[in-house]
Design a protein around this ligand. Sequence first.
Ligand SMILES: Nc1ncnc2c1ncn2[C@@H]1O[C@H](COP(=O)(O)OP(=O)(O)OP(=O)(O)O)[C@@H](O)[C@H]1O
Ligand SMILES: [Mg+2]
Length: 265
Amino acid sequence: MPLICSQLSVFYGRRKALSDFELSMRRGEIRALIGPNGSGKSTALQALAGLLKPAQGQVTIEGVAVASMSRRAIARKLAFLPQQPSAPDEMTIAQLVRQGRFPHVGLFRTYDRKDEEAIEWALDCTGLTSLADRTLQELSGGERQRAWISAALAQEAGILLLDEPTSFLDIGYQVEVLDLVHRLSRERGVTVIMAIHDINQAIAVSDRISLLEKGELRFDGEPRALAESGLIEKTFRVKGRFVQVSPDNPPHFDVELTRLRQPEA
Ligand SMILES: Nc1ncnc2c1ncn2[C@@H]1O[C@H](COP(=O)(O)OP(=O)(O)OP(=O)(O)O)[C@@H](O)[C@H]1O
Ligand SMILES: [Mg+2]
């Protein structure tokens, strides 16, 4: 198994942000991590990436404890795109994406053909080839997000952890990024865990879904079982229903917004 964790608990000071979290990823599996704001999605991803030390439990990559691995060793296996990554404004997209290769380049920082090809491929995948020489401060929010996705892709790790990778993207690029994730999983066997707010996108793209609420794992299973569980309405405190447009399509959550359109009393 590429990535496993069990009984993972994380504290910030004395406050518990994640409680007994567990998951087990097969090679090439796509998992969406959903849950309300503050439910622990980013905390879970950071713990899986070895950036937050759990108070309890452990994470293993291909059977090796993340806690025992160097940053570089982790980065060869796992690429992590944080929710709010930061880099100097004057850095160009090309430089940012080059940095994604750091776990592969040798001691003397020489980039070989394979590195250059990975960089070109990562830029192309996110539609940034023509913008490669622009600095980060010269980009729109969505272009910047694509630059970060590109840097994570250039790392060519077998495990991708993405924290809300589509939050700033227009609907066209949202679909493109989800499609890219799907292709990486199916064609290259990349294992993906992705925090995402759009329930329907989560259901459409994932093999399995983990639902967090207040740091606790409320659901771990297939999208259709989540749709049947009634947990979306309960956890997010909304009214709505799952509709099945056709047998070939995944169920679609239709959130009720009619209250917003009622005239004032
Ligand atoms: N660095 C931190 N120090 C202290 N508390 C934190 C820190 N980061 C997050 N928290 C708290 O931990 C809990 C989980 O936060 P986390 O960022 O994991 O939520 P999330 O599910 O990713 O939310 P969002 O959907 O808003 O991104 C929240 O109550 C949050 O306030
Ligand atoms: Mg978050």
